[in-house]
Design a protein around this ligand. Structure first.
Ligand SMILES: [Zn+2]
Length: 71
């Protein structure tokens, strides 16, 4: 890249991790790097849900468990 246009200080656009839209990464955007509160909470919600959905594989025996899915 020969020339890198400098964005205004502390104001640049990033892609919202949730919806992929342009999000203003600036102090004026409290939800950065997300584009909105909705996207931020949505992402956190998904993360929390993921934590809750950790599959607990029954079986305390390690090493001797056959590697086939439980029926
Ligand atoms: Zn978004």
């Amino acid at each position: 890249m020969p020339q890198d246009p400098r964005p205004p200080k502390s104001a640049r656009k990033v892609s919202c991790p949730t919806c992929g839209k342009d999000s203003l990464f600036a102090p004026s955007n409290p939800w950065r790097p997300f584009c909105s509160e909705r996207c931020k909470t949505n992402d956190l919600g998904a993360w929390a849900a993921e934590q809750y959905r950790i599959p607990v594989k029954g079986g305390d025996e390690e090493g001797e468990t056959p590697s086939e899915p439980p029926q």
